[in-house]
Design a protein around this ligand. Structure first.
Ligand SMILES: Cc1ncc(COP(=O)(O)O)c(C=O)c1O
Length: 407
């Protein structure tokens, strides 16, 4: 995704700034002929080598680990003397009145002795809309990063820290106006889960839009992306089933998989050889101890992996699916709206029929600039999830203003 757009920055041709954009395109040039070549079309190219993991140079590895080692040694030395000569300061780390200390030792050590020293790099207070730029509240410290005081100055910075990929989350403009009207008509919240009185025509509108957009027969929405994974996986698989998961899958997938009670096996990130080996082993061995066949096998991958920016090898996975017969669950939190010529995610990017993927999951937090998640699948699966997914039965439904923002 990024690779293509980066490589098109040296040029001989100027482009006009589009009317509705505040980005100045005048300095963007393209050495290839033709129209608007800087506008990268997110479609898989045949010459794309796929994801290649970059190893950091040894010099950086060595100096980073060495710095950690020095800090850890000094930290332990300071704690050793501190606990003996300034025991009052370490009271919270000791057992008190029979209560064990709440902070585990290493977490606490890490925060006090390593993170604190560079605390200014973290948790920078920001304000305003998280768009292309973000407003930073400047601060200063007088006690070596233990506490900070705001200076009252602000600074505009390039925002590399939040989602809102397409800029829909704005304080003014058509989205904000539509949300304002919705609040006047529907109020702020439904105050009830979907399965009780929390369903509205807005939810149905979003669901039908999502299913049409993704080319799936049905869809359901949930008020939080994290909960979409962590409550849907337990509703799909349970004891006696097998979940095969990419090692870099998001925490919500890991949490949902553990909650389900299914047996979990992990394969190396995006490594199709490792995946095939694992599939063969799991299928030939069956369940642990009894060696009975698995009740169901569910493979869970992401469209774009949030930390690496890698794209799953969907064509190869589908080849395995036809051969080994497992269900496929693709989390499109980062790829929906961002990948494919029509922004319809990883199926669109590879030109694959969405029918081939059993469950398409995504969130509205990233490209849609809202919040919440969706599951798009066959009508049977969605009907089943509506009555078994805990978020649908027990959790607050998506607020009217977010539903409006998505549509
Ligand atoms: C791959 C993936 N799935 C699910 C989620 C959870 O989504 P949300 O932030 O909308 O709760 C995230 C969040 O970053 C994610 O990266």
């Amino acid at each position: 995704m990024g690779k293509g757009s980066r490589s098109r920055r040296s040029s001989t041709r100027n482009f006009n700034t589009p009317k509705n954009s505040n980005i100045d395109y005048s300095d963007i040039k393209d050495e290839r002929s033709g129209e608007n070549k800087q506008r990268y079309v997110s479609k898989r190219r045949d010459d794309d080598p796929g994801w290649v993991e970059e190893e950091p140079p040894y010099y950086f590895l060595f100096t980073t680990y060495l710095s950690y080692l020095v800090l850890i040694c000094f930290g332990h030395l300071r704690d050793f003397f501190g606990k003996r000569f300034r025991s009052k300061n370490y009271k919270h780390l000791r057992e008190q009145n029979g209560y064990a200390p709440l902070n585990s030792d290493f977490d606490n050590f890490y925060v006090r002795r390593l993170k604190l020293r560079i605390n200014d790099c973290f948790n920078r207070p920001v304000t305003g809309v998280p768009g292309r730029k973000i407003t930073l509240l400047e601060r200063e410290t007088t006690d070596y990063c233990k506490t900070f005081q705001l200076t009252g100055n602000t600074r505009e910075c390039l925002n590399l820290s939040s989602y809102n990929y397409l800029g829909f989350a704005q304080a003014d403009g058509p989205c904000a106006d539509a949300v304002e009207q919705t609040i006047r008509k529907y109020g702020i919240t439904t105050c009830s889960p979907r399965a009780e009185v929390g369903s509205s025509d807005l939810h149905q509108k979003v669901e039908s839009l999502v299913s049409r957009f993704l080319g799936k027969p049905a869809a359901m929405i949930i008020s939080m992306g994290y909960a979409t994974n962590s409550t849907t996986l337990p509703a799909l698989v349970s004891k006696g089933c097998l979940i095969i998961s990419d090692e870099y899958n998001h925490s919500s997938i890991v949490f949902g998989s553990r909650l389900s009670g299914a047996f979990i096996r992990v394969f190396k990130h995006n490594d199709m050889d490792d995946l095939e080996l694992l599939l063969r082993e799991c299928i030939s061995q069956g369940q642990p101890r009894t060696h009975r066949p698995w009740k169901k096998i569910l493979l869970v991958v992401e469209g774009i992996y949030s930390m690496e920016g890698s794209i799953c090898n969907l064509p190869k996975i589908l080849e395995f699916k036809r051969k080994y017969k497992f269900y496929l669950y693709v989390d499109e939190a980062h790829s929906i709206g961002a990948l494919g010529p029509r922004g319809r995610g990883v199926c669109d990017y590879y030109g694959v029929n969405p029918d081939e993927v059993d469950i398409l999951m995504g969130t509205f937090t990233k490209s849609f600039g809202a919040a919440g998640g969706y599951i798009a699948a066959s009508q049977d699966i969605i009907d089943h999830l509506r009555i078994t997914n805990h978020a649908s039965i027990y959790a607050e439904s998506m607020t009217p203003l977010l539903s409006t923002l998505v549509t």
